[in-house]
Write a protein that binds this ligand. Sequence first.
Ligand code: SF4
Ligand code: SF4
Length: 161
Amino acid sequence: MFMSDAATRLCTNCGLCCNGVLFDLVRLQPQDSVQELARLGMKLRRKKTQPWFPQPCQFLKNCTCTIYEHRPTRCRLFECHQLKRLRSGQTQEEDVLQMIAKAKALVAELEAFLPDEDPATQSISLEERVKAAFDETTASDVKQLHLQLKRLLDREFRLLD
Ligand code: SF4
Ligand code: SF4
């Protein structure tokens, strides 16, 4: 993510791209040092040969990346749709803050219908928690809330171009 002063203020109020709301996992890239990240304590997993780590990220504390100078490539390059729009002058910092607050409010509303996260499975993204909790008995208005949040995240944060 790019780090202007405005982006720093926004990201440290947000954390949605690190806390398991936007993504389930982050894949390391060939230029990332597995040894260095492991030395920092990153709990890496592997699928075939490609290492990855789950979200919520273990290094996110108080909306801040605690290994910022050593964060992996995907983390360095990622810029959500809100930050892209801010950079190109299509939106203002205040509006982005409001969008972040709106997304977080929907997340909180949805989480009220999910069981508390099991400490044994703390690295579970919001989508995985929804998948585990929802079934045919889930009320339609709760499913609707989930859909509303997904659409907002896709349109306002995940959209990359
Ligand atoms: S989702 Fe966007 S605003 Fe939020 S922390 Fe990530 S890059 Fe920053
Ligand atoms: S390493 Fe830092 S930037 Fe990357 S997901 Fe974790 S907290 Fe976010």
